[in-house]
Design a binder for this molecule. Structure first.
Ligand SMILES: C[S@@+](CC[C@H](N)C(=O)[O-])C[C@H]1O[C@@H](n2cnc3c(N)ncnc32)[C@H](O)[C@@H]1O
Length: 268
């Protein structure tokens, strides 16, 4: 907690900033709004069933707390967070008191919410169930590429039910490409008409705003080259360095050339 600063976000909810990593945990525009718009709302399509949820990168638990407020029936929530001290304090951070009490009692004595205080790369292999809803809320790929590698996303996809929904705030090309390579249909989360995140599912009917054909074609460019972490064990620096090398030597088109070519085709 020494590196962490607390600040108030634009919707009045509190957010965290990691000084050492120079990275925010929550959107400045609203931590609670972000949880609802990017993680809960797209998954509420499944609100007619009793859901099993996986919350990857639990932090102080906004996504789990917001799910508790909005889903009608929750069978289980499995939360994964490497920072045990932070997660164990999550019920102390300002939120609806009833919800914080549920978190507190499950931290003391897990009932339907389970906590895994370890690296998601180790935890994911030990989970032996599939989920209706998966939240994936890691720090940005340029800071923690290990949370967004093709191999980790492929493992995460193996834990998504065939009619489940995966949600993330991230919509960078390497992450979209990793989801696409995992066999998922991918779509946009929209907020005020603008893209604010990604939803993915094996069931295309669950994707309300799919990426169109040309956006998918752009995943076959250098900028969409995925982060690689074959044995789920590399450090951030190695993953970034290896990707830079792969981009340098790749024969794929650059994004700008591919876009130029596409607009020429459209004008013909
Ligand atoms: C963007 S914050 C998540 C915010 C969180 N969802 C919330 O509502 O507060 C990213 C979180 O990922 C955690 N994290 C970083 N590396 C991790 C790893 N390898 N496995 C699991 N959690 C990790 C960090 O400790 C941090 O709490």
């Amino acid at each position: 907690m020494n590196n962490i600063e607390i600040y108030r976000t634009a919707d009045g909810s509190i957010g965290l900033y990691d000084k050492k990593l120079n990275e925010i945990y929550h959107s400045k525009f609203g931590a609670k709004t972000e949880a609802f718009e990017k993680f809960i709302k797209p998954a509420l399509l499944l609100n007619d069933r009793n859901v099993d949820i996986l919350d990857i990168c639990y932090g102080i638990g906004y996504n789990t707390k917001c799910a508790l407020e909005n889903f009608n029936q929750i069978n289980s929530i499995d939360c994964v967070e490497i920072d045990e001290d932070l997660a164990k304090k999550s019920f102390e951070f300002e939120y609806d008191n009833k919800i914080n009490q549920i978190i507190k009692s499950n931290l003391c004595k897990p009932d339907f919410i389970n906590f895994y205080f370890d690296d998601i790369r180790r935890v994911i292999k030990s989970l032996n169930k599939k989920y209706d809803v998966i939240f994936h809320d890691g720090f940005a790929p340029y800071k923690q590429p290990e949370l967004w590698s093709e191999e980790l996303i492929s493992e995460i996809a193996k834990h998504l039910k065939s009619d489940g929904i995966y949600c993330t705030y991230n919509h960078s090309k390497p992450v979209l490409n990793a989801l696409f390579k995992a066999g998922l249909c991918i779509g946009k989360t929209l907020q005020g008409g603008k893209i604010s995140g990604t939803v993915a599912s094996f069931d295309e009917k669950l994707i309300k705003s799919p990426f169109d054909k040309s956006e998918i074609e752009l995943l076959n460019t250098k900028s969409a080259i995925t982060y690689k972490d074959k044995n789920l064990s590399l450090n951030s620096e190695s993953i970034i360095k290896n990707r830079e090398e792969e981009v340098k030597t790749s024969k794929l088109e650059t994004l700008s050339r591919a876009k130029k070519y596409m607009s020429k085709q459209e004008n013909c």
